[in-house]
Design a protein around this ligand. Sequence first.
Ligand SMILES: [Ca+2]
Ligand SMILES: [Ca+2]
Length: 265
Amino acid sequence: MQCDRDSWPKLELILSDMCGGVLTGLSGVISSPGYPQEYSNNADCSWAIHVSNTSVVTLVFLDFQLENNEGCNFDFVALFDGPTVTHRHLGKYCGTDKPPNIITTSNQLLVVFKSDFNIGGRGFKAYYYSDLTQRGECQQVLSHVSGNFSSPNFPNIYPNNINCHWSITLAAGYRIKLFFPLMDLEDRNSLSDECDYDSVAVYDGNSQTDALMGRWCGREHPSSLVSKGNKLLVVLSTDRNEAHRGFTASYQGGKYSLYRRMINF
Ligand SMILES: [Ca+2]
Ligand SMILES: [Ca+2]
């Protein structure tokens, strides 16, 4: 391949125009190429934001200054309610008015930024974050004889302000043995020495009125728990700030033998 002088400016142009990408973090920031310097002409950038299945994406613009024209046909930011431009169009923006906050209906958002051949601006800067679509989405009923579950977004940090229920219900005659291979929650309140902020609680039944087997936070957890009956309820509660990785849990159902000793464990 010939590598003469003339190819260098071309390479620089390509590098300065690099933009877009796939973002899968719980939250993140995107901005026009070169921001807050003037964006390049003929830019064509796409950011595909993909958060966990149980979440939706909220996009908030912090700064916005694009070439303005009616219809936004020259330079614009366009948003789509899914991974491609064929998904529902959420808006097309230009000029200096910050677009409103955008919330998707699914767990994916596509942001497209294009500029034409002349006249630019500072561009834009925006951040996104994900939220559980609704608290109900972390309510799970488990009825297989054994299984695993974990806090939302694991191994990434769990959301704030959630109250998740995992209800294990097996056939009559079974009992349930529960383990927590990993527990990493916000620590105890050092004043009260209680798990006041974030906690995992386990109840010996299917409601929070049943006997509390324990409540844990920080990195403490029981080696294992065994239910009295065929039901167990695990509740994760988190407060409005400080989040950690959460927990993983696994359970195994077992039946009584004739001698009323548990088998299959
Ligand atoms: Ca322009
Ligand atoms: Ca917390």
